[in-house]
Ligand binder design. Structure first.
Ligand SMILES: Cc1cc2nc3c(=O)[nH]c(=O)nc-3n(C[C@H](O)[C@H](O)[C@H](O)COP(=O)(O)OP(=O)(O)OC[C@H]3O[C@@H](n4cnc5c(N)ncnc54)[C@H](O)[C@@H]3O)c2cc1C
Length: 338
């Protein structure tokens, strides 16, 4: 269930093992998704293992080597990324994965919601974010649009503003991904006409200045709400889950896509064993859950702390100033959230 990155890459991994797969996707391709489009961490190794890395590059993915942070009117010195990242529009990425899945013989049903039971044997849930329903918890919305005409000081710029952040990431062809996460108190009226206010940041901010001469590509705008950013343990889930459906890492880390690819890679072998009759469904489901928990638990803990520190004005300045001066500290944040 779900043809986002987790569902499609799992489908590709299973088809490479000649396992029959039917994938239900509620939407269709190509489409824009709310995402910083910055792939970083172990997911890159999964892309290599699945033979997808070169396909992404051929489709226009560009490498990112530097990151810079801005807050409270201050630009911190750009830092070299401890590991090169890969940046590609989701409009291209999801379509490419869907085509690869079909090329390998997978059955892809678009504009079709899975109507069976998600708890049945052989059903994997890759339906994306879990929805936050608690009335008292912070409500997060995510917005994304592509822009032309913005000149960045690093391949990735992170601008922290009151109640959230906006990331600017270089894509191919002079396009810049502008995406952000914002804490809101309730529904945002007229978001369809006001989204640029959010993405451009407050007048006078470094972000606003950066995007002064930039023009947004209107049709690339997309939004998502109700994000549940609390870590979840796979072993406690009643069904088999991968990607954001399992747990969502705070987007400020830029590691969600990597976790979608990684969880798909962890799931492929136990699912293939189930399909070949070598293990029961419960054995396979638990093996996947344990692998994901072992791989993600520490990362999710650090990411939660990092998001908290970065989104609070008092701690953020101290943290960024320390990171600017101490290379080992910058490397440590980077490694521990990946
Ligand atoms: C503001 C923001 C910025 C981000 N920036 C980055 C970044 O720079 N780098 C990074 O690595 N990650 C980033 N992320 C996270 C990243 O986008 C997600 O982690 C990633 O998309 C998860 O992939 P997925 O396949 O689990 O879910 P999705 O990509 O959301 O796919 C889920 C799919 O399931 C489908 N679906 C849902 N329900 C059903 C159903 N019942 N039947 C059939 N289909 C269904 C949906 O249509 C969708 O296509 C960001 C997230 C946000 C909110």
């Amino acid at each position: 269930m779900g043809g986002g990155l987790a569902g499609l890459s799992l489908g590709v991994a299973l088809r490479q093992r000649e396992i029959p797969v039917t994938l239900y996707e509620a939407g269709s391709y190509p489409r824009h998704r709310v995402c910083g489009e910055f792939i970083c961490g172990r997911g890159i190794d999964v892309l290599h293992a699945l033979g997808l890395y070169q396909k992404f590059v051929a489709a226009g993915a560009v490498e990112a080597r530097s990151a810079a942070f801005c807050t409270n009117g201050r630009h911190y010195r750009p830092k070299e990324l401890p590991r090169t990242a890969l940046c590609l529009s989701r409009h291209t990425m999801d379509r490419l994965l869907a085509e690869e899945f079909q090329r390998l013989g997978g059955e892809l049903l678009q504009r079709e919601r899975f109507s069976g039971s998600q708890f049945s044997a052989g059903v994997v849930r890759a339906t994306g974010r879990r929805i936050e329903t608690h009335p008292k918890r912070i409500k997060w919305i995510g917005l994304k649009a592509h822009a032309l005409g913005a000149t960045l000081g690093a391949d990735l710029e992170m601008h922290f503003i009151r109640g959230g952040y906006v990331g600017l990431c270089r894509l191919a062809g002079g396009v810049v991904n502008v995406s952000g996460l914002f804490a809101v108190t309730g529904p945002v009226p007229q978001l369809a006409s006001r989204w640029q206010e959010f993405l451009r940041g407050p007048v006078g901010s470094a972000l606003h200045e950066r995007l002064q001469g930039a023009e947004f590509i209107e049709e690339s705008f997309c939004a998502v709400s109700g994000l549940d950013l609390r870590p979840a343990q796979a072993e406690k889930a009643p069904e088999c889950r991968v990607g954001d459906a399992l747990t969502m890492i705070p987007p400020v880390t830029g590691n969600g896509m990597s976790m979608a690819f990684e969880s798909a890679a962890w799931a492929a072998e136990p699912l293939a064993a189930y399909s070949r009759g070598e293990s029961s469904w419960d054995e396979s489901r638990l093996a996947i859950a344990r692998r994901c928990d072992a791989a993600f638990a520490r990362r999710l803990r650090y990411a939660r702390w990092l998001q908290w520190l970065l989104l609070h004005r008092g701690s953020r300045g101290v943290l960024l100033a320390l990171g600017e001066r101490c290379d080992w500290l910058w490397r440590a944040w980077f490694q521990k959230t990946r």
